[in-house]
Design a protein around this ligand. Structure first.
Ligand code: FES
Length: 291
């Protein structure tokens, strides 16, 4: 069954890719000029993706609608459905902010997820409209069956959404499995200038054991962050320096150079930061800053 489901989802790429690219264009244009709102919706203030927090509410509430319908508690079921629809809208707005910065397969899969959720939402609204008509008998049965169908679509959407996170790692910290060791290790900058120093005023790549760092020299001080952006793996050494921060070239997340603190999303995670010092032999060594 799992293979069949995986094949079924992958097969949706035919329409999901062009549709996702289209959505990406307008969502990007919508969110880019309002970084504070986008940050709020991404969940940077929470240090956790907000969409992931909000999605639990509609799924639980809309499941309760089924229970109340079965018990024939009509007013309670209808009011719960309204609350479910409202929480679904809130989750959708936060999800749209995350969706605006997805790429490749994650964007395709997120397109399938969001399309299913929009279909579920529309079917729920139809159910609510039928309930609002105050119908009895066949009409009430239709309203109940309609919301049951909507829940099945919602569950399918949640399944695909889980895939976006758990199978594709979208909005998962790229440093989730990185050790927090703070041992000094020899640092090898990829470039040095004519004086043998790390070039100043722009990020430079450096090798620290198995890790690659983005180094920024400011006079005698060398500041360093891990090169792999916590958001989706962009190379920070190809980014730009802005207000004492390093800006990722992929989706413009901004990390403070001194401690890796996220100052602008879409990342909701801080970036590993490193201390760098000169060695007695004139080289450099670095270690991860304790967080
Ligand atoms: S990879 Fe998305 S902001 Fe860096």
């Amino acid at each position: 069954m799992d293979r069949w489901l995986a094949r079924l989802i992958v097969a949706q790429g035919r329409w999901a890719k062009p549709f996702g690219d289209f959505n990406h264009r307008w969502l990007h244009a919508l969110f880019r000029p309002i970084p504070a709102i986008r940050d709020l919706l991404n969940g940077r203030w929470l240090g956790h993706p907000l969409h992931g927090v909000l999605t639990d509410a509609p799924i639980g509430i809309l499941f309760l609608v089924i229970v109340l319908d079965v018990l024939d508690l009509r007013t309670a079921a209808d009011v719960t459905l309204i609350v479910g629809i409202l929480t679904m809208l809130a989750a959708a707005v936060a999800g749209a902010a995350d969706y605006a910065d997805t790429d490749g397969t994650a964007r395709e899969r997120a397109t399938v997820h969001s399309t299913l959720m929009v279909v579920a939402l529309l079917v729920y609204v139809a159910s609510l409209a039928i309930r609002g008509g105050g119908g009895e008998g066949a009409d009430r049965a239709l309203a109940v069956w309609t919301s049951l169908v909507a829940f099945l679509v919602l569950a399918a959407g949640a399944y695909v959404g889980g895939d976006v996170v758990y199978a594709l790692g979208n909005m998962v910290s790229r440093h989730a499995f990185r050790g927090a060791g703070t041992k000094w290790i020899a640092l090898e900058p990829a470039e040095v200038d004519e004086t043998g120093n790390i070039p100043e005023g722009r990020p430079v790549k450096g090798k620290l054991g198995i890790n690659t760092l983005a180094l920024v020299r400011q006079g005698e001080i060398v500041l360093a962050l891990h090169d792999t952006c916590a958001h989706a793996g962009g190379p920070l050494s190809e980014g730009t320096i802005e207000d004492g921060c390093l800006v990722c070239p992929w989706h413009l997340s901004k990390y403070r150079l001194t401690d890796g603190r996220a100052r602008r999303g879409p990342t909701v995670y801080d970036q590993p930061a490193y201390e760098v010092r000169r060695t007695d032999s004139g080289g450099w060594e670095a270690r991860r800053r304790a967080s």
